[in-house]
Design a protein around this ligand. Structure first.
Ligand SMILES: [Ca+2]
Length: 169
């Protein structure tokens, strides 16, 4: 953990609802499916759970195991995002997408250097810096762990705002 600024973004919990619904349907099948043998009941549960999750996750892109969306106002180099936990249950590349970028320099927003850190005991693990030109940048399929990104640099000026930030992992 690197203790710098504490510009932690709000968010999270967006996946709780489909999981809860899938659990409810699974328990309903448990109640009405007592006549089935265990194997058929498991299969029915799996089909319903899969259908429910597909229906909701279909709205978020590329089958990522997780994502969160937020925004940035008044970040300076050193500002950090919220943390997210990647369980590495898929092979999705970790990415940070920006849209609606502005900075306080005379020539307007050009680019932001973003560094992803793995939050570990002791010095955090640097996963590399990518140049975001108000698009999407990726770090590849990262191992399981807790991550965040840090604003490393911004051009032009020194203060960054982004209307829409989406992190997928
Ligand atoms: Ca993943």
């Amino acid at each position: 953990m690197i203790a710098k600024h504490s510009h932690v973004l709000p968010g999270g919990g967006e996946r709780a609802f489909p999981c809860l619904l899938a659990w409810r349907l699974t328990s309903i099948i448990d109640q009405i499916g007592w006549g089935m043998n265990v194997k058929n009941r498991r299969m029915a549960q799996g089909l319903v759970t899969g259908a429910v999750l597909l229906g909701f996750v279909g709205a978020t892109p590329a089958y990522a195991e997780g994502s969160w969306s937020s925004y940035i106002t008044g970040w300076t180099p050193g500002s950090e995002s919220r943390r997210w936990v990647d369980n590495n249950t898929d092979s999705v590349s970790t990415s940070v997408s920006f849209s609606g970028c502005s900075s306080d320099g005379g020539t307007g927003f050009r680019q932001a250097g973003l560094k992803v850190w793995k939050d570990v005991l002791g010095p955090d693990d640097d996963k590399g810096t990518r140049t975001n030109t108000c698009n999407s940048v990726s770090w590849g399929d990262l191992a399981s762990g807790e991550y965040y990104f840090e604003l490393w640099s911004v051009t032009s000026g020194g203060v960054l705002s982004v209307n829409s930030v989406t992190t997928r992992y």
